[in-house]
Write a protein that binds this ligand. Sequence first.
Ligand code: HEC
Length: 143
Amino acid sequence: MQLRFPPMRSLVSALVAASMAVLAAGLFAGLLSAQDDSQPPSGWELSGDAARARPTYDKFCSTCHGAEGHGDGVMSKFLDPKPKDLTDTEYMDTRSDYQIYLAIKDGGAAVGLSDKMAPWKSLLADQEIRDLTLLVRKLGVGE
Ligand code: HEC
């Protein structure tokens, strides 16, 4: 059956127009959120367990950031820029929890840093990334 009835046809075009409006709004919201990575999307909350992240940190992060987070891991001498000193509280205080989470999840480039900080989301579960975010926060206060 062809679209013979004008009402049917206008229904279809109304649907097409509506879905395009939804797409455009989504795109616009995406652009807006990309502009300020320090602000989490509404409803985002950081919870987890920093201690649980320790083995993950030792395995995957310490090679660059160092066992205590000073940015002095064995790989650091080959890197430019150097891995961040995660214990530099003066600097780390300028970074929001969400930026730290995003840097780990989507990589440095997602928060305006070097892409030598890789995205970890394909290797680590979201909760593991949240736990790491909390651990990074603690490194700066000497834990
Ligand atoms: C290959 C080396 C390497 C590894 C492995 C690595 N990082 Fe990084 N990391 C970097 C570099 C390089 C930067 C960005 C430095 C810059 O752009 O100034 C960075 C940046 C960061 C930042 C951003 C800090 C800020 O400025 O907001 C965080 C947080 C971080 N890393 C945590 C981690 C965690 C957690 C892991 C383990 C899952 C990890 N990194 C693994 C090299 C590494």
